[in-house]
Design a protein around this ligand. Structure first.
Ligand code: HEC
Length: 124
C-alpha cells in the first residue's frame, strides 16, 4: 500500500515535469517567433521608407541622389563607406552640418536597410 502510494507520487512528478518542459519549449518557440518578426521590415514599411528617401532625403541630396545641399548618395559616391558608417550617419546625422539625425523616425535596423539600399542604388 505504502509502496503503491509512492509510485503514484513519482508518476505525478514525472507528468508535472513533462508539462513544465513542454511549456518551456513552447515559450522558447513563441519568443523566437517574436524575435523573427522584429528582424524583418514589412513590405509596406519598406515602401514608406523608399518614398521617404526619395522625397525627404531627396530634398537635400537631390531627387536622383546626385547631390544638392547634401552630398551625392549614389553607389559610386558611397563606395569607400561601410553600411555601418552610413547607418550611423543616418541615425545620428552630422553635427554642425545640415544633415539631421533620423533616429526618431527610423529604427537602427531600418537605417541599416536604407544604407544597404543606397549602396545597391535601389532609389532610382
Ligand atoms: C536638411 C538637409 C538634409 C536632409 C533632409 C538629409 N540630409 Fe543627408 N546630408 C546632408 C548634408 C549637408 C550632408 C553632408 C554632411 C557633411 O558635410 O559631412 C549629408 C550627409 C549624408 C550622408 C553621408 C554621405 C557620405 O558620403 O559620407 C548620408 C549617408 C546621408 N546624408 C543620408 C541621408 C538620408 C538617408 C537622408 C534621409 C533619411 C538624409 N540624408 C537627409 C543633408 C541632409
Amino acid at each position: 500500500m505504502m509502496f503503491q502510494h509512492k509510485k503514484q507520487k513519482l508518476q505525478l512528478n514525472i507528468i508535472a515535469l513533462a508539462l513544465l518542459m513542454m511549456l518551456t519549449s513552447l515559450l522558447v518557440v513563441i519568443s523566437q517567433n517574436a524575435n523573427a518578426k522584429n528582424t524583418e521590415i514589412s513590405t509596406a514599411r519598406q515602401q514608406a521608407l523608399y518614398n521617404m528617401v526619395r522625397q525627404d532625403c531627396g530634398s537635400c541630396h537631390g531627387m536622383t541622389l546626385k547631390g544638392g545641399l547634401g552630398s551625392p548618395l549614389n553607389p559610386a559616391d558611397l563606395k569607400g563607406k561601410s553600411v555601418d558608417f552610413i547607418t550611423l550617419t543616418i541615425m545620428n546625422g552630422r553635427p554642425n552640418t545640415a544633415m539631421p539625425p533620423w533616429n526618431e523616425i527610423v529604427t537602427k535596423q531600418e537605417a541599416k536597410w536604407i544604407a544597404q539600399q543606397l549602396k545597391k542604388g535601389a532609389f532610382k
